[in-house]
Design a protein around this ligand. Sequence first.
Ligand code: GDP
Ligand code: MG
Length: 346
Amino acid sequence: MPFRSGFVCILGRPNAGKSTLLNALVGEKLAIISPKPQTTRNRIQGVVHVPKRKSKGKGNDGGQIVLVDTPGVHKPDSSLGRKMMVEVREALEGCDLVLVIMDVTRKFDPRDQFALDLLRRPKTKAFLILNKVDLIREKSKLLPLIEQYRKLYDFAEVVPISALKRNGLDTLLDMVIATLPAGPAYFPEDQITDQPARFMAAEIIREQLLLNTSEEIPYATTVIVDNFEEGARLTRIAATIYCEREGQKGILVGKGGLMLKKIGTSARLQIERMLGTKVFLELYVKAEPGWRDSRRFVEELDWRRQLEHRMLEHGTPQNVTPEPRPADPVEPTAKGVDDNRNPTED
Ligand code: GDP
Ligand code: MG
């Protein structure tokens, strides 16, 4: 069998375990994993290099899987939501295979149906991935579930896994490789993601926001990196956290700036680990009412499209460098700058 390669989408309702699976397969922390749903706002690609593996009657001849993590499947409710749905559809159309991931501990609900409806339109080849089987004691309980799902869609394979415990993943990889067309490696082996480092820095900051705040704050915020200067030993990053109301800004900054400091310090440590340099991180908070519905915002979040344009221009997905963002679109407010400055280099 030849070397095989292709694009594989992961589809499923919020909290099904899409990011966990992506990270388990790619082996690095790429997408945000959070107990709160809908934290993956952009499509995130990871690349899995699958080495040739032989075992009795199984195994594969090697291949490369480019994984796309779709935003949580949900009904669109704002301009950001609608955009996400467009992205999900686009993602599906460009894929060789879709992994529909279901949480076996949850009842099938309209959001799962919504995921299946999305599939039906492009008539995509799909595997059903039953995730979180570590939480089911009696595995025979899975059988009626499998029957039920098979009636809803013509899945090519049904694969029970635990993304968290990394069970069943080798089998899954073998099956995926066997399904993909013969093709080249799209990415060099040392490259696990096509995401610009600055985008990943924003994701790390957002993850810290999610971990440190509660209630409506996570859904009301987004992070934009305004400046990213990578040096051999020090990387300077300035980022703005946008929220919707002054009250939220107050919570994010915290008493005496403590909350912002906490978020900034944790994020800085993680970004340092990712980049392997020291990081000087400046964080700002700005209230921008209605950013979710603002076209400008949604477009600025769209780092991926910029990347794809570059790929088209250069004709190769390799050696992609991120598009520099236009200079300073986010001018911190006069009130925002000084009291919210948070240089976290200790
Ligand atoms: P996403 O919204 O689909 O990307 O879901 P995440 O990957 O962020 O996972 C949501 C939650 O489910 C997190 O708390 C994960 O730790 C948890 N989770 C994911 N996969 C498994 C699994 O196989 N077993 C268990 N027990 N928990 C899991
Ligand atoms: Mg996710």
